[in-house]
Design a protein around this ligand. Structure first.
Ligand code: PGA
Length: 276
């Protein structure tokens, strides 16, 4: 039976990562349309992460709406001689509430290590930003049965300086590298198994109370066709959507399905709890 305890009180979240796509004008137009399409969404938190050049205009577009702005990366210092980098202070100034850290493309293509990701996480939290910390194994690591060890190391190093008090500002995005941009979504069983393991590891790192607040999302080829199946995974607190978030109406459909299913879960959970 579902009890009140087994129904998550964590607010579900959907994040659209636009990566290096869309001009400033296209980004602002998409943000305007999304905020219209999703004006009825109350329970789900919706976050969009445009390119750096579009942050300011999308931030202005989202002002006064329920949608939140995220950056895709940041530098850990607030200012300095770091050509090409953007600081947490600068991100906050244009309206960012969230930042993605440790995305596999940053790790794989730009040499971002767990330790670098860890410095970014603590800097972002210090500056009051919420963090979406991305982790996940490669196909070789999964085949070699190393998923648990890889994820554990990413969590331990990436969250090394995080104290229990700021854990409610962290979300973990479990994104198996082999599922990102490949059209090969992880199976529901693989996702729920990985989420269970991540939740266990978070409990060991932060203790049961602080870890309870941390949301664990799934990312990797999420689309409007597979969202209903993914949303049925009980320990999934949300999704990080890349390619499919570029289609505004498709992303809105993903958000609506997830919101509806999560509200349904909560309703069933509290109804059943009357008798438990
Ligand atoms: P995808 O990307 O949805 O295109 O697989 C996910 C991500 O990179 O976060």
């Amino acid at each position: 039976m579902i009890t009140k305890k087994s129904v998550s009180r964590r607010r579900p979240i959907a994040v659209g990562n636009w990566k290096m796509h869309k001009t400033v004008a296209e980004s602002a137009a998409a943000a305007r349309r999304l905020s219209r399409l999703l004006s009825g969404i109350r329970r789900l938190e919706v976050v969009i992460a445009p390119s750096c050049t579009a942050l300011q205009s999308v931030g202005a577009t989202l002002k006064g709406t329920r949608l939140r702005l995220a950056a895709q990366n940041l530098h850990w210092e607030n200012e300095g001689a770091f050509t090409g980098e953007v600081s947490p202070v600068q991100l906050k100034e244009v309206g960012c509430r969230y930042v993605l850290i440790g995305h596999s493309e940053r790790r794989r293509l730009f040499g971002e290590t767990d330790n670098v990701a860890g410095r970014k996480v603590s800097s972002a939290l210090r500056q009051g930003l919420n963090v979406i910390f991305c982790i996940g194994e490669t196909l070789e690591q999964r085949r070699a049965d190393q998923t648990a060890a890889v994820v554990r190391e990413q969590l331990e190093k990436g969250l090394a300086d995080v104290t229990g008090g700021s854990s409610d500002r962290i979300a973990i995005a479990y994104e198996p590298v082999w599922a990102i941009g490949t059209g090969q979504t992880a199976a529901a069983l693989q996702i729920s198994g990985a989420h269970e393991m991540i939740r266990r590891q978070l409990t060991e790192i932060f203790g049961p109370d602080s870890s309870e607040a941390i949301r664990v999302l799934y990312g990797g080829s999420v689309t409007s066709d597979n969202i209903a199946e993914l949303a049925g995974i009980k320990n999934l607190d949300g999704v990080l959507v890349g390619g499919a978030s570029l289609q505004t109406d498709g992303f809105a459909a993903i958000v609506k399905i997830l919101d509806k299913m999560k509200r349904q879960d909560e309703k069933e959970g509290s109804e059943k709890c009357i008798f438990c």
